[in-house]
Design a binder for this molecule. Sequence first.
Ligand SMILES: Cc1cc2nc3c(=O)[nH]c(=O)nc-3n(C[C@H](O)[C@H](O)[C@H](O)COP(=O)(O)OP(=O)(O)OC[C@H]3O[C@@H](n4cnc5c(N)ncnc54)[C@H](O)[C@@H]3O)c2cc1C
Length: 395
Amino acid sequence: MRTAVVVGAGMAGLATAGALSRAGWRVVLLERGERVAAPPTALVLWANGRRALESLDPDGGWSAIATPMPDGGVRRPDGQWLVAPRSRAGAGPAPCVVHLEDLYDALVAGLGDRVEIRTGFAVTTVRTGRRQRPAVGDGRTLIEADLVVAADGIDSPVRRALAPESAAVGSGFAAWQAVIPGYRVPRLTDEQRAGGETLGAGYRFVSIPLGERAAGKGGVYWVATAAGAPRPEPPATQLALLRRWFADWHAPVGDLLAATTPDDLLPQEVRELRPLPRAYGFRSGTGGVVLLGDAAHAMPHHLGQGACLAFEDAATLRALTAEAAPGEGLGTAIEAYSRLRRPRTTTVVRQTRRMSAVVQARGRLALRARDAALNHMRPRILGGHAQAADWLPPD
Ligand SMILES: Cc1cc2nc3c(=O)[nH]c(=O)nc-3n(C[C@H](O)[C@H](O)[C@H](O)COP(=O)(O)OP(=O)(O)OC[C@H]3O[C@@H](n4cnc5c(N)ncnc54)[C@H](O)[C@@H]3O)c2cc1C
């Protein structure tokens, strides 16, 4: 039986381990944490991410955990529309929001009992070589397999060893995410309940309603972004700062921040890989190593595509390796994975960087130019969602 080691039990690792195991691989999933746990937040699944998940696990019950996302439009902090809401008519599945607890539960359920999960295992080394089967280790134990999948996030030690040209760097932003559970959501008008995006000078606030079936039932997920370094203060102080920064913004931004508690808050430095690794696949012996998810292409969150691309990676890997036996077949599949995924993710990273410039705009002239351009940019940049979402799983 073909064997795979998947490093990292985040979204990317869980999705890949489940898909490989359903395709008949014997899989060991290594996680450095003491347990597999979802961060207490949510994320947007664009059409490409939904298609990828459906193709990875048609029985995953994704529509039961995903809430369709209304288009809340884009505003200025004073509430004036930059881009009015539109209906989301178009090809492909509608974008939706999922609570990560629900997503992780579904991905863990998809592992079944065929995946061996080892928690508390922090990979520190990777072994590759022309004549050697690939292996990873934690300094005490070495685990060999036909295929090693590095899904261990932006600081991946596997990537650092195999693609040292690529480094994790700050993107010049800090982000804060929170889910306000339904019972604490302030009273909102219908228009406010639809959520939406607001762009200020170097600041951005996005809110999205979660469905009644989501963890945090009927809650609201929000993401705030500010240009600059992450804050060192404790969450309560950071929340006080956010309330001050966004104090004059249109309703319900202040009300949502007032309803948020320090325990809800997930502050993060926004980081990315620069440059992207030259390759995502490395042959070794009769198999090899692939980079997947943030380990391969971490990028700023402005287009909300990081996890969607990770699911695309997993779906592509599963399809390419479906019939591949260790030896020439698997080696060729690993090279094909790199050839397909590298250009695709490079394009989305480029679109994300254009969006970074929009979010980062500061100063009167820059803001005026941004606001004037936004309507034209909608199809090109904000619609980058649509462009990026225009992806179909390989057969
Ligand atoms: C503010 C914000 C909003 C976002 N919104 C969206 C969105 O709306 N839509 C979207 O698609 N994406 C979004 N993203 C991006 C998305 O969150 C990431 O792309 C995604 O979490 C990457 O998943 P991953 O599994 O590759 O990495 P991670 O989530 O980082 O998981 C890596 C896992 O590997 C484990 N690990 C790390 N090192 C080791 C090791 N040495 N040994 C063993 N295990 C290890 C970690 O503990 C972790 O469990 C957003 C990101 C941010 C910051």
